[in-house]
Structure formats: C-alpha cells, structure tokens
Design a protein around this ligand. Structure first.
Ligand code: G3I
Length: 456
C-alpha cells in the first residue's frame, strides 16, 4: 500500500470511527450564505481557485480580489517545463515558489500545472526523442514534484495528450513518440515523488460525452484497473456560448470510475449566456459529489488569455459581474461533499511486493519498478521489524550496464553494481512495522533487483 493509500485508509477509519460514536461528520448539505467564492466553496468541502500570473502579485487591484475571493491558486505559466527547467538539469523554481508562498500566507491551496505537456517545452526538450527524452521527462517530473512535495493539492501530471476530432486517440507529440506508456510512466514517477498530492490528467474539449472525452475515459478506466496511480481528471472548460447538455453526466461517469473530477481552467465567452453558463457549470460540479473544486483561468477579464472575450468573473477594475453572482449563488445552494466514500469505488489493488514484510527485528525492503526502454524509476519501501529502527541501509545490485542517475528521500553511495542507500534525517527512525519510502531513477534495465535492508 503506498502512502496516498495509507492516508486514504486512515481517513476512512477516522470517518467510520466517528460515525460509530454517533458524531456528525456531514458537510453542510443545505443552502448556506457564504459571501466569497472561496468561503462558499469551502463550506461545501470544495475549493474555488484562480490561475495567477505571478508578476501580477504586485498589482493591488489584482491581489485584493485574489485574496478576498479565492482559496486556491494555480500558476498560469510559471510551473511549466519551459519556465522551470530552461536548461537541461538546471531548475528555476523562483516564480513557482513565490506563488506557493503567497498561497500559504493567505490560506490557499495550490494546484500544480503542469508537469508534462506537448506545448511550452524548453527548446532543449523539443529537440529530443526516444529514450533520451523519456529519461529527461521522467527526471523533470521527479525533480519538480519532489521540489514541491507536500505543498501541492493536485498536480496536472499530464496536460492535453489526446487528439481533437473524432479519433478518441492520442495527440502526436515528441512525448507520445517515446511510447504509449509515457503517461503512466509520468504518473508513477509523480506518485513516487509526492505521494500526498492528487494526480490528475487534464484536457480541453471534454465538456460532454464525445470521442475525445471517451478516449480519456477509457484510459482512466484502464489505469484504475491496473493500479496506475491516478486520482483525478481535470476538465479545462474553456467555453463558448453554449454548454453541452451532458456536461454533468460526463463529470459523473468519470467520478464513477473512482477518480475525483475538477473544473480546472474555466472561462466563458462573453455575451448574453455567459452568466448562465458559469452558473450551470458550478451547479454541475456541486451535483457531482466527487467534483472537488473549480478554478477559473484568471482573475479579471483583462488578465485572461482570451483577451476581448471578457471571459471571467470580474471586470478590469475588479468589479463583480453577473456571472460572479450566479456562481456564488450556485455554490451556496449546492450540496456539500459527503464524507463517506462513494460505495461505487473499489479500493485500488497493489502489485505484490517483491519481498514479504518482516516479522522479527531488523528491516525489510521491497521495490516496485516503472520501466521503459532504456530507463526506470524504482520506488522502495523500507519496513521496520519488531524492534523498530534508528536508521537503515538498503543495498541493491543493479544489472550490468544500469546506473543510478538520481535519488530522493535517501542518500546513495555508488551508482552502478551494488549501490547502498542510507536513510536521510527525517525517515531513519521507524517504529515496529512503520514504512519509509525512497526512490531512485536509473538508466538501463532495473529488472530483477532484490533489495536487502539492514537496520541500526
Ligand atoms: O513572458 C513572455 C514575455 O516575456 C514576452 O515578451 C511575450 C511575447 O510573446 O511572451 C510572454 O510569454 C507568453 C506567456 O503566455 C506569458 O504571458 C507566451 O508567449 C504565451 O505563449 C503564453 O501563453 C500562455 C499559453 O498557455 C501558452 O500556450 C497563456 O498565458 C496561458 O493562459 C495558456 O494556458 C493554457 C494552459 O496552460 C493549458 N490549457 C489551455 C490554456 C489556454 O491556452
């Protein structure tokens, strides 16, 4: 069981315990009277967010609206690959960190956008292909998700990987040409790097039941059946002058697969229907118990990438538009998220560990692999025996030709042959049966590695 599943199980136990003791756990289910988008959404167990251009955080009209109305933010551009790894292996998180600090100082959660996308790649990645690109891409996911570990509510792990039109298939891109498994490889790497973040697939033109959304639906169903760690699907919802009549039904069919759904980049063409469409989208989300939040793609009309569409909830002076009122009313009128997990969701099944957990002193280690042609990410679980540990060492013998390129949550000695991984400060001391996790990325094949664990 990985960390995200442990957290989930702990929440389930807590809820069950509370119910057994007669304590009321239900969120507000009736009408409420929040006066800001964030507060009203929070009353119903949800978030209401905005995409932020970090350089606008110094504009007081902008931040007054942002800080008053929203309880979630996402970087409009600053966490994209071209922004935070401009040269291969050289990371610049300064703008993203600035947004995270702003969010933390103002009680907002942060969506991460986006680890991998065919667009806004740095020039050096655009020119790569094959296993070199696959390695670079997994390294990017690992390094960025590790940098923000514990600070991101939900990551758009992969953005816009499906084609428009009627094929229901993947979009051609340099990432896709590294092999059809690139999306699951990315989710596994993100899971290893930040087990606490919700991991989302995000796309547009998925605003009803159509060929593209069905292609994505089939991928999510396949991932869930094989235990690929996906938690949520983002529906960008860049909308025109009408809304698909099956918008809510489409959200619900994804939720029924056992993933959360989120409206991730909402904006709507101006005109007579704008306010109605904003209200209808909000109602649809409220009516789906696994729709956990809505993000609008910008704060004011003049902040929007859609320019003269005036596609957002505030005018350029920060005044509320009619669309704002419809959204707020829909949030206040809507039901809350029930705290008991939906019964339709089967618990994900774990692949069997490579070694059984210990029953005596010492420690044991098991490894699970996410491999592709020419590389791999290994996730290692260390389980303390009955005496607990003050520290631990895990030795792994790599197959010939394989080598470790980077490690997280442990310190590696050596990079090929037998490599020793020692605990870092925060994960050496384990009580009996407690589990610590670390990971490493390598080139070559990682097949057949059998870890041995020594406790101190
Ligand atoms: O920062 C540079 C500036 O220095 C330069 O002078 C200027 C000249 O063109 O460009 C500026 O960068 C622009 C950047 O936005 C910041 O304004 C880029 O050219 C421009 O391409 C970029 O556009 C962003 C677009 O993604 C990139 O494809 C939009 O702001 C952003 O809203 C948009 O967001 C996407 C989501 O990530 C994914 N879903 C669709 C959505 C809308 O297209």
């Amino acid at each position: 069981m990985n960390h995200r599943k442990v957290l989930r199980a702990a929440v389930t136990v807590a809820v069950a315990g509370a119910l057994a003791s007669g304590m009321t756990m239900a969120m507000t289910t009736g009408a409420s009277a929040g006066t800001t988008l964030g507060a009203s959404a929070a009353e119903k167990g949800r978030y209401f967010g905005a995409a932020v251009a970090v350089n606008k955080l110094s504009n007081s009209t902008y931040t007054t609206v942002l800080n008053r109305e929203f309880n979630s933010v996402v970087a409009e551009n600053e966490m994209k690959w071209a922004s935070n790894e401009p040269q291969q292996g050289v990371f610049n998180h300064s703008s993203g960190d600035r947004l995270v600090s702003h969010a933390q100082a103002n009680g907002m959660s942060v969506r991460g956008h986006t680890l991998l996308w065919h667009a806004q790649q740095p020039g050096w990645a655009q020119g790569m292909s094959g296993s070199a690109l696959r390695n670079a891409m997994i390294n990017h996911v690992t390094q960025v998700a590790t940098h923000y570990r514990g600070k991101i509510h939900s990551w758009d792990v992969v953005n816009e990987a499906f084609a428009d039109g009627g094929s229901g298939g993947r979009r051609d891109s340099n990432l896709q040409r590294t092999g059809n498994d690139w999306i699951e490889a990315a989710f596994r790497a993100a899971d290893a790097a930040d087990p606490g973040a919700k991991l989302c697939y995000n796309d547009y033109n998925t605003d009803g039941i159509n060929a593209k959304s069905t292609g994505i639906y089939n991928m999510v169903r396949d991932f869930k059946s094989r235990g690929v760690p996906i938690d949520c699907v983002g529906f960008q919802s860049h909308l025109g002058t009408s809304l698909a009549s099956d918008y809510q039904a489409n959200l619900q069919r994804f939720a029924d697969l056992g993933v959360d759904v989120q409206i991730t980049e909402l904006d709507v063409m101006t005109g007579g229907n704008q306010a109605n469409i904003f209200g209808a989208v909000t109602r649809a989300c409220m009516n789906v118990s696994r729709c956990t939040g809505i993000t609008v793609w910008g704060v004011r009309d003049c902040d929007s990438w859609r320019g003269s569409d005036n596609a957002l909830l505030f005018d350029c002076n920060g005044n509320k538009k009619a669309a704002y009122t419809n959204v707020l009313n829909a949030l206040n009128a809507g039901p809350g998220i029930p705290t008991t997990p939906p019964t339709t969701t089967p618990p994900p099944t774990d692949p069997p560990p490579t070694t059984p957990p210990p029953t005596t002193g010492g420690c044991s280690a098991s490894v699970s692999l996410n491999s592709w042609n020419g590389g791999f990410v290994a996730s290692v679980k260390v389980t303390a025996g009955s005496a607990g540990t003050n520290g631990w060492n895990v030795s792994v013998t790599l197959p010939g030709g394989a080598s470790v390129t980077n490690t997280w949550s442990a310190t590696a000695s050596g990079s090929s042959g037998t490599v020793r991984f020692a605990n870092v400060d925060y994960n050496g001391r384990l009580t009996a049966g407690q589990v610590a996790e670390f990971g490493f990325q390598g080139t070559g094949s990682g097949a057949g590695m059998t870890p041995t664990c020594t406790a101190s």
